[in-house]
Write a protein that binds this ligand. Structure first.
Ligand code: AMP
Ligand code: MG
Length: 426
């Protein structure tokens, strides 16, 4: 994939005229990250069920036609369309029964039909099915007046999947329907990329873990829990390294340990102004990392690069900022590193904003919103209230981000805004 090296980015290489680490637009940061990512996880063969949420390492080809034979789509009577009377009623003699899994062995003669169930193989000589509700049956003879088109109510061999066709391409993220699709080919094992290993820790002298009594000035570490949740939904292998004090020796140890066991390292805290110089020194020593001030709110500081062979994201410490930067930058990067070459962008939908929003141009805001449908069936969105980056409740109440990009200024109630729905994005 990428042939660019992180060192170009760190040095802000000459060709990047618009490169300003102190005011990095969201879209540009996303693009830089994409350009410098180098996926490299190995393949493994897993039982079909275990492939859910994994990325295909090879194309899956169909070893057979699905369905494998022409069969009936309905319960009815199979016959040859040549036997239909051009006008008036058609009468056909019932000569046998075909069930799903138990075919009619004979061949249809002229003026004959076979009672047939849904999924049963079409008898030799038959090419059309009339549904049972449309016929009269008397003394083993059916009659109907409607003229069904040749081929009606039957499914053709290979109409779902044809032998040797690419059913799913390498790079595809496996979802529930894919398990069924591959099962329909009779395949029990599948080649996927191995799970990405993501190590993370929280930094901060003020942090304590759940289960301990809260002392003066202390804060429970919530970031490791939101990160655990978001990472688990992405189906990566999660390596929780706990809390690391703001101590250079301890941080160095933790970063080295993480780079030895993980493909990706995430840290939260310690990259904002003041603290950054300190982390900067350490990351310069251990790897190659850029420190950006992203033109966004929340989530301004972001560090990105490599520590040893591991990809590194230094997320801000504020609980909402962690989630926003994860969804806006880390999620897509992880999908690429998992083996998906071009992950689908998160959809942006339009909704009518029910309140005024104060907003400066020049930066992207990800306000937390509640998307709802009003009694007239119109989709609307209401901000959750206080939007501070430390107010995790705002994320919990929200079901979407209201995405206000750099060009957007103040929003008046009733204006159309873009929203990103949270449920289902990981
Ligand atoms: P920092 O980015 O380290 O300056 O942290 C910014 C704010 O986020 C501070 O108020 C921290 O106490 C808070 N914070 C940092 N890490 C965490 C965490 N893991 N859980 C909860 N709050 C945190
Ligand atoms: Mg801190």
């Amino acid at each position: 994939m990428s042939t660019k090296s992180i060192s170009d980015l760190v040095s802000g290489a000459g060709c990047m005229d618009d490169y300003d680490p102190n005011s990095m637009p969201v879209a540009q940061a996303r693009k830089y990250i994409r350009d410098y990512l180098s996926p490299g996880v190995t393949k493994e063969c897993v039982p079909l069920r275990n492939s859910l949420g994994r990325v295909l390492a090879e194309d899956v080809l169909s070893p057979c036609n699905v369905p494998n034979h022409d069969n009936s789509a309905m319960d009815g009577y199979a016959f040859n369309a040549d036997d239909i009377q051009a006008s008036g009623s058609t009468s056909l003699k019932v000569t046998g029964i075909a069930y799903a899994g138990k075919a009619f062995e004979g061949k249809l003669g002229g003026g004959e039909c076979v009672r047939i169930m849904t999924g049963a193989v079409m008898p030799l000589g038959a090419d059309t099915v009339v549904v049972q509700e449309r016929v009269n049956v008397e003394d083993g003879v059916i009659s109907f007046t409607e003229v069904p088109k040749r081929g009606l109510n039957m499914r053709y061999a290979g109409e779902d999947l044809q032998q040797d066709q690419v059913v799913l391409a390498a790079g595809h993220l496996m979802c529930p329907v894919d398990l069924g699709l591959i099962a329909s080919l009779g395949l029990g094992e599948i080649n996927v990329y191995r799970k990405l290993r993501v190590a993370f820790f929280s930094t901060g002298d003020e942090l304590i873990s759940i289960g301990q009594a809260l002392g003066a000035g202390q804060v429970y570490d919530s970031n490791r829990y939101t990160l655990y949740g978001m990472l688990t939904r992405l189906n990566v292998e999660v390596i929780d390294m706990g809390i690391v004090r703001d101590d250079p020796a301890l941080l160095e140890q933790a970063l080295i340990k993480a780079s030895e066991c993980a493909d990706v390292i995430l840290t939260s805290g310690g990259v904002s102004v003041g603290e950054a110089d300190y982390m900067k020194m350490l990351l310069e020593k251990l790897g190659q990392v850029v420190f950006w001030k992203i033109a966004m709110k929340p989530g301004r500081p972001l560090a990105y690069g490599k520590v040893g062979n591991a990809h590194y994201f230094g997320l801000p410490g504020n609980p909402v900022s962690v989630m926003v930067t994860f969804y806006q930058f880390v999620r897509e990067a992880l999908l690429v590193l998992m083996g998906q070459p071009t992950p689908a962008a998160m959809p942006l939908l339009s909704a009518i904003c029910t309140e005024d929003i104060k907003k400066f141009t020049g930066r992207t805001e990800f306000q937390r919103g509640i998307l709802f449908v009003d009694s007239d069936g119109v989709w609307k969105v209401r901000p959750t209230g206080a939007q501070g980056s430390g107010i995790l409740r705002s994320m919990s109440e929200a079901n979407c981000f209201i995405v206000l990009d750099e060009t957007v200024g103040n929003i008046a109630s009733g204006a159309t805004v873009q929203v990103q729905v949270l449920e289902g994005i990981v």
